[in-house]
Design a protein around this ligand. Structure first.
Ligand SMILES: *Cc1c(COP(=O)(O)O)cnc(C)c1O
Length: 437
């Protein structure tokens, strides 16, 4: 049994075994690090698939024509792309690299959406040539560029237009996207969104299917989704006479997860109920046909499935000030605490049931004082060689990893039913020099 206040931040299968170690997917965490080394990212396949189904079914059971599309930027590789395709999810990509991984994972391309505020000409050419399902257009520059590229390819590209509804979802400034002061999307308030829609309708090689917005992430409140859905639908209704047919509507992703003991994010069903009830009510009031609905969860699918495992090395006690417990990873594999003050829980993986009686700060091994994974947390008297687990680490950790200080990026192992499968090996020194001439 895990400490009760932490069960909801760990994967569904997390437990302890007869020798008192943390287990994930039936695998002993200490055995995993002995086999694969540290730092190690463990993904629980049961939690991953169950989150896919929860989001897919929460919306599909309430709304005919709802589709879930996984936001690859939370983390993707070909093995995972295959799992998402098996679970019936499409994919969001934000670069040619993510598109290449979607193709390597044999994801049906008509279910792939291309986002981003500055897609390059080469990326758009690749996407159009590959037959991508939708390009979500984000700027006037892109409207011109994509029209030309589609014309040259002799195609009519399906698109959505990304609008910025001017609604603040009350999350960190760095992850807020749907307000007026944002690099993303066409603002409804300034009139840009209307202009973009007119231009898209007039473009001979673009087929405008509908509208998209994404407010930011993580969003713990339901009200911003409802307010933005209502606002965007009213805006769309006002453009019917100009030829806008809203066949598709996407309120993005940003669904929250529990990182710490006090986090209580809404369930998939709560988000679905809020969005679907507003969508249907507003459409009915305005006499609009119900568009198909596309949601884009990233964090809420892979975040809860992931656990990062590190080994403790140096411990520095500064009497009356702080105790630094250093681990063999840090900001190179998890930049979130340094980038936006993200908080995490920490559990001893070799002694999860021991009384946590020492207040310590978990520091990484990188040459930055800001390289701290968790500040002033409780652990059972730590010692060099102990293994610690940081839960809720599946999203925006490996995907934002770097080779800073030339530390190899960690491996990723998928666990299920007592079996472990390496889906990404640890980088070697040679890997890090592969591009050096
Ligand atoms: C990042 C992003 C998402 C996913 O956000 P999560 O918080 O991971 O759910 C969805 N849609 C768009 C357009 C995004 O940029």
């Amino acid at each position: 049994m895990l400490p009760r206040h932490l069960t909801h931040v760990f994967p569904d299968t997390a437990d302890t075994n007869a020798i008192g170690h943390l287990t994930i997917g039936g695998c002993d965490a200490v055995d995993l690090v002995e086999e694969f080394g540290t730092p190690l990212y463990v993904l629980d396949e049961t939690t991953l698939r169950s989150k896919c189904r929860q989001f897919r079914d929460a919306f599909a059971s309430r709304y005919a024509g709802a589709e879930a599309v996984y936001a690859s930027k939370a983390y993707i590789n070909p093995a995972l792309a295959r799992i998402f395709a098996e679970e019936g999810l499409g994919l969001d990509v934000v670069s040619g690299g993510e598109l290449a991984v979607a193709m390597a994972g044999e994801v049906p391309l008509d279910r792939v959406y291309f986002h981003g505020n500055n897609k390059t000409p080469a990326e758009l050419e690749e996407a159009v040539a590959a037959g991508i399902g939708r390009v979500v257009v984000d700027s006037f520059h892109e409207l011109d560029l994509l029209e030309r590229i589609s014309a040259d390819a002799g195609k009519s590209q399906d698109i959505l237009v990304r609008v910025s509804p001017g609604i603040d979802p009350h999350t960190h400034a760095y992850t807020t996207t749907g307000i007026i002061d944002s690099k993303f999307g066409f603002s409804i308030q300034t009139g840009d969104a209307e202009k973009a829609i007119q231009q898209a309708i007039a473009a001979p090689h673009l087929n405008l299917r509908g509208l998209h917005f994404h407010l930011g992430s993580p969003i713990f409140e339901l009200e911003p989704y409802q307010a933005a859905t209502d606002l965007v639908l009213r805006f769309a209704a006002g453009l019917r006479e100009q030829g806008l047919q809203l066949q598709e509507f996407s309120p993005g992703g940003g669904f929250a997860i529990a990182y710490t003991r006090n986090d209580q994010p809404p369930a998939a069903d709560d988000y679905a109920e809020a969005i679907v009830s507003t969508l249907t009510a507003t459409c009915d009031e305005l006499g609009m046909e119900h568009p198909s609905l596309v949601i884009e969860p990233g964090r809420s699918i892979i975040g809860p499935a992931g656990v990062a495992l590190y080994r403790i090395g140096a411990i520095k006690e500064i009497p009356g000030v702080r105790t630094y417990v250093s681990v063999d990873g840090g900001m190179g594999d998890n930049i979130r605490p340094a980038l936006y003050q993200a908080s995490y829980e920490v559990l001893s993986a070799n002694r999860p049931a021991a009384e946590p009686d020492a207040t310590v700060t978990i520091a990484g091994k990188y040459c930055e004082s800001g390289d701290v994974l968790a500040s002033d947390i409780l652990l059972p008297a730590p010692a060099a060689g102990d293994v610690i687990a940081i839960p809720a680490a599946g999203a925006y950790c490996p995907s934002m990893a770097s080779n800073y200080n030339l530390n190899p990026r960690p491996p990723i192992v998928l666990v299920n039913d007592g079996e472990s499968r390496l889906i990404r090996r640890r980088e070697s020194y040679a890997d890090m020099m592969l591009c050096d001439l």
